[in-house]
Design a protein around this ligand. Structure first.
Ligand code: SF4
Length: 443
């Protein structure tokens, strides 16, 4: 049993959140719960009674980073609870850091909170129990991630997320909408819809209807997008797969109900590589689909991620990918050099690609992508567009267009506009562009 600390002041919990936006949402839930019980969040290790480290266990490099973060928290504080994706490898964590107080896995909110109770019990004080009704968010107040489901029914050969997080488990539609509405009422201007597979939403619960605003609302991708589009905030869709029913949401984008933006992690374009990756919807003719979507919604921006150097990827496969990238005109793309993930099926595939070849392909991919991105951004010069302001510094305001998600895409720079505030949405004439960002002036 870990030693309990008794305190006469509000106990303080330090929080280290590693990994993807989905892990960030988990951290927000844990923090919201702890704050509702009167815990305070310590800004540094010294002031914390206990530190929670929310780990990422996706790639081996992420695991190494997680172990390092646990080590740093142990050295600087010494009372550490580990949670998140790497928590499923308790033996490895305890071998490296035997002194951790508790180890829990992803989404084990109850267990994490119980471990915190064990380490430092909550104080019962009605004044510190208060939390804003929208919960507490680690992102700036004007945008928030909205998680619509956990887990995944796909079995991509390079991925261990289903074994870490389980099969798809969708939230009821009215739970999602209640959270979204609260966020918007609290001042959130942009909702970022996330999950492992957003377009599969509701499949596991047979698209169950729940009451919302006096009407039944189906837990279905299109129905949820329609309902979210009524809230008056920007709605951005992440982690969508190109299943045929994705076509149905493109008119909502053309009508301005949801943002003309789709984050589709294609990972590759060559049919043989996609097959080896066991990607969902890998038989879809995606370049033609994107072209058809852009006929309906010319402003549609596609963001994606790709893997180069997957086992068996030939020169011809890679050239196919580069051609596809240019043809599909992908607005934003991240690229990873394939890395084996412990426990992934892909590790057993033949045809390992040498590191030097991966490196060369990565550079060629990024150069091709920058050319596509620069030409798409150059087309925006002269247009007047809405821009959501993210931050103000000495030189002016920095915001984002509807085509850019926070953290991962580009920015719109407004030189000299220091009187704006984060969360403002302003009309901007675009005056210049490079391969990543836009420059504009207020109109
Ligand atoms: S869709 Fe594939 S890569 Fe994404 S979480 Fe599911 S199995 Fe992993």
């Amino acid at each position: 049993m870990p030693m309990k600390l008794a305190t006469t002041r509000a106990p303080k919990v330090g929080f280290v959140s590693l990994g993807c936006p989905k892990a960030l949402v988990d951290s927000e839930r844990i923090i919201t719960r702890l704050r509702s019980e009167g815990y305070q969040i310590a800004p540094d290790y010294d002031g914390a009674d206990v530190v929670v480290v929310n780990t990422c266990g996706f790639l081996d490099s992420a695991k190494a980073e997680s172990l390092e973060a646990i080590g740093e928290a142990m050295a600087k504080n010494g009372r550490v609870i580990v949670t998140g994706c790497m928590g499923v490898e308790e033996g490895r964590i305890r071998a490296a850091h035997p002194g951790v107080l508790a180890v829990t896995g992803p989404h084990q909110y109850e267990q994490v909170v119980n471990a915190v109770h064990d380490a430092v019990p909550p104080l019962h004080d009605p004044f510190v129990d208060l939390v804003p009704p929208e919960g507490l968010h680690l992102t700036p107040r004007h945008y928030a991630y909205l998680k619509i489901s956990e887990g995944c029914n796909n079995r991509c050969s390079f991925c261990i997320i289903p074994s870490l997080r389980g099969d798809l488990a969708s939230r009821p539609a009215n739970h999602v909408m209640t959270e979204a509405e609260r966020l918007v009422k609290a001042g959130v201007k942009e909702l970022l819809v996330i999950s492992q597979d957003t377009s599969a939403y509701g499949l596991d619960i047979k698209y169950a209807e729940t009451p919302w605003k006096g009407q039944p609302l189906k837990a279905r991708f299109l129905d949820l997008c329609q309902a979210l589009g009524e809230l008056g905030a920007w709605v951005r869709l992440h982690y969508v797969y190109p299943y045929p029913h994705v076509d149905d949401v493109i008119p909502l984008m053309a009508e301005g109900k949801i943002l003309p933006y789709l984050d589709i992690p294609f990972q590759h374009a060559s049919p043989s590589v996609l097959k080896a990756m066991r990607r969902p919807a890998h038989q879809e003719k995606t370049a033609a689909r994107i072209a058809a979507w852009r006929k309906i919604c010319p402003d549609l921006a596609i963001r994606s991620t790709f893997i180069v150097g997957f086992p068996g990827e030939t020169d011809a496969d890679f050239e196919f990918l580069l051609q596809w990238l240019k043809e599909a005109r992908i607005n934003r793309a991240g690229c990873f050099k394939y890395e084996a993930v412990e426990g992934a099926v892909a590790n057993a595939l033949p045809g390992a690609v040498p590191d030097a070849v991966k490196e060369e392909r990565w550079h060629r991919f990024m150069a091709a992508q920058q050319t596509v991105s620069a030409s798409l951004l150059a087309e925006k010069v002269g247009r007047i567009i809405p821009v959501l302001i993210d931050e103000i510094d000495d030189e002016g305001a920095i915001g984002r267009s509807q085509w850019d998600a926070p953290e991962i895409d580009g920015a719109v720079y407004l030189d000299g506009e220091t009187d704006l505030a984060p969360g403002d949405i302003v009309n901007v004439r675009i005056t210049d562009a490079d391969e990543t960002d836009l420059v504009g002036e207020l109109v």
